[in-house]
Design a protein around this ligand. Structure first.
Ligand SMILES: Nc1nc(=O)c2c([nH]1)NC[C@@H]1CN(c3ccc(C(=O)N[C@@H](CCC(=O)O)C(=O)O)cc3)C=[N+]21
Length: 283
């Protein structure tokens, strides 16, 4: 029976550390500030945004929220992002995805100033990760890395397999594991013999959005299994991409869904926000 990696507890630990840091920044007259833009009334997005605001409140980060109607035009949203880019009191800008269909997502997120890209979604941020220079690391992959490290596992020299190649999770995840000297393989929907490759993994990170895609047979005995998936099962219950009940009998350690990677994404967003405020001061 595997060790359960408790993302909720680890994220609380990180939030506690950040709270201390923010108290020190405040003593120097700096209050980190995150602007959160939510367009439309998607209920899942509304819940995430509320969780982010709560985390800000707890840590002492100022949060400013902009809740716009679903009919908002691309031009209106562009104007708001431009204003927030120029607003010296704003350290981080987050445009909650997905955006309504009349708005070009890439265009809008691409407009955010690289200094305020706390999501780590911009080409500049991904490029910095790729060449190992300073920049914001994408929150979900950064959260996965913290989960692995704070649970006492090392990455150097390990066989790391990432299932999924999305721009927001799979690709930056592979780059982060590589930066930590893992031996990294990415597998995806066109991969042949997927199971053969996942079975080699000492560290297996799954981020595809396909409930129970990874079964016990796809996992090596003693692997560390991180489940980034967020799906609803037939009863409307949250579940990951990993068949938790069976895989937990084989793995050394495993993350649950919920309570695994999700809370870490928010903790790392907070971390990036504090970093943005600290960097601004150094300029
Ligand atoms: N610009 C942008 N940045 C994002 O980082 C971003 C986004 N857009 N759009 C949507 C996705 C999704 N995402 C989650 C964050 C936290 C949980 C989370 O805390 N999940 C809890 C459960 C929450 C629940 O019960 O629904 C958990 O896994 O334990 C989930 C999902 C951030 N995203």
């Amino acid at each position: 029976m595997a060790v359960l990696i408790d993302g909720k507890a680890i994220s609380s630990e990180i939030k506690e550390e950040l709270k201390q840091e923010v108290a020190e920044l405040k003593a120097q007259g700096i209050t980190p500030c995150l602007a959160v833009i939510l367009v439309g009334d998607d209920s899942a997005s509304a819940i995430y945004v509320r969780n982010k605001k709560r985390a800000c409140e707890y840590i002492g980060i100022e949060s400013r929220s902009y809740e716009l109607p679903k009919e908002t035009t691309e031009q209106e949203l562009e104007k708001l992002v431009r204003e927030l880019n120029e607003d010296e009191t704003v350290d981080g800008i987050l445009v909650q995805l997905p955006l309504p269909e009349q708005i070009d997502e890439e265009k809008i997120t691409g407009m955010i100033s690289p200094k305020k890209d706390v999501d780590g979604f911009l080409p500049e941020s991904i490029g910095a990760l790729c060449i190992g220079s300073e920049g914001f690391r994408s929150c979900t992959p950064a959260g996965v890395l913290e989960l692995i490290k704070r649970s006492g596992y090392t990455i150097e020299g390990k066989e790391c397999v990432v299932v999924g190649r999305s721009n927001h999770v799979g690709k930056p995840m592979a780059l982060l594991l590589l930066e930590q000297n893992g031996t990294v393989t990415i597998v995806h929907s066109r991969t042949k013999n997927l199971s053969e490759i996942t079975r080699r993994a000492d560290i297996l990170v799954v981020a595809v959005g396909n409930p129970k895609l990874i079964q016990a047979d796809d996992v090596k005995e003693g692997a560390v299994v991180i489940d980034v998936g967020m799906n609803r099962d037939e009863n409307g219950k949250l579940c990951g991409d990993v068949d938790f009940e069976h895989v937990k009998e084989k793995a050394e350690a495993i993350t649950p869904v919920p309570g695994g990677v999700g809370p870490m994404t928010i903790a790392m967003l907070m971390n990036n926000c504090v970093e943005a405020a600290r960097k601004k001061r150094r300029e």
